[in-house]
Design a protein around this ligand. Structure first.
Ligand SMILES: C[S@@+](CC[C@H](N)C(=O)[O-])C[C@H]1O[C@@H](n2cnc3c(N)ncnc32)[C@H](O)[C@@H]1O
Length: 298
């Protein structure tokens, strides 16, 4: 039996984009895409029918309206309809286009033929039901931070990717020259997506290891620690993970953290400081921020 999905379509003011992405992710949506329609944005997101009733979607619509009210922006218009699994896959294909990210990356949907020559690193992706198409600001901030971190030639550098989603950040790190990425995600759909995307990008399976789980699985898998930690999850989750970061980090390790709203940045900075990390830089894009951190010297 094929799974049916709710396709949620939201017509909104461009300045609402971040708060809507945040709200949709909190709601449990997979595979969010956006397109520009004149002066507005159209955002599409998907949730399985088995887990969500139309009442849940009405509540979501109400939250979206309240969020807009708080931000003093025009009300978004949310609609939803049922589609089957095949239609869902097609929806992705229609609305997601190759995206340049940072100075170096070109994110390329798996179903399009990439150019033979490009002065950018082509990162091919089929996110399936996992988060991480490269269109979200937090993913872009992480990829750009990786560009900066890995701009100098490195040898044998290892990274841990907590909340891998589609695997976009692990794959990006490997394309930039990291020798080894260890990825984890609590969502089994993410594990499937990372395996598929690893293959799409011709990455040796031993160079990108993916496991279902979180930081506990990484601590077992890499007891010697890693050189870099990448983590793009919601701030509340990151705050719970930070106390364990130092166990996962080699001396002089760095970290890249995003999924954090600007108003949550102080709480993150305080927690980092309490656990021996220094904020080296803080990058902002609209409502989101990205922390670049390094371990404080003992
Ligand atoms: C915002 S997505 C990021 C995906 C991708 N890394 C990116 O940057 O686009 C967050 C991911 O974290 C996963 N996640 C949430 N809580 C987690 C936890 N405690 N440990 C590991 N993964 C988690 C979710 O399943 C989701 O795939």
């Amino acid at each position: 039996m094929s799974t049916s999905w709710w396709e949620i379509t939201i017509l909104c003011h461009p300045d609402l984009e971040d708060s809507i992405f945040w709200r949709l992710e909190k709601f449990g949506c997979s595979g969010m895409v956006q397109e520009i329609k004149g002066k507005s944005y159209v955002i599409r997101a998907y949730v399985p029918q088995l887990q969500y009733q139309s009442l849940d979607l009405s509540a979501l619509s109400l939250w979206l309206q309240q969020d807009a009210l708080i931000l003093e922006l025009p009300q978004p218009l949310a609609r939803w309809k049922l589609i089957d699994e095949e239609d869902w896959a097609q929806s992705w294909k229609q609305h997601w286009e190759p995206t340049e990210v940072g100075d170096l990356f070109l994110i390329y949907p798996a179903w399009l033929t990439p150019p033979e020559k490009s002065d950018r690193l082509i990162l091919r992706l089929d996110p399936g039901a996992a988060f991480g198409t490269g269109t979200h600001q937090t993913t872009q901030l992480c990829l750009e931070s990786l560009e900066m971190r890995l701009s100098k030639p490195t040898s044998g550098l290892t990274v841990a990717d907590i909340g891998a989603g589609s695997g976009i950040l692990s794959i990006g790190a490997i394309l930039l020259g990291a020798a080894q990425a260890y990825a984890v995600d609590i969502d089994p759909l993410s594990v499937q997506a990372v395996l598929h995307n690893r293959h799409l990008n011709n990455i040796n399976p031993s160079s990108l290891v993916i496991n279902q789980g979180s930081i506990e699985q990484l601590l077992e898998l890499v007891p010697e620690g890693v050189d870099g930690i990448i983590c793009n999850i919601l701030a509340e989750v990151i705050i719970e993970l930070i106390p364990q970061f130092s166990k996962l980090a080699k001396p002089n390790a760095w970290g890249i953290l995003s999924g954090i709203l600007l108003e949550q940045s102080q709480a993150i900075a305080d927690t980092l400081e309490q656990h021996g990390w220094i904020v080296a830089a803080l990058w902002k894009r609209q409502q989101w921020c990205c922390f670049q951190i390094r371990m404080a010297q003992a």
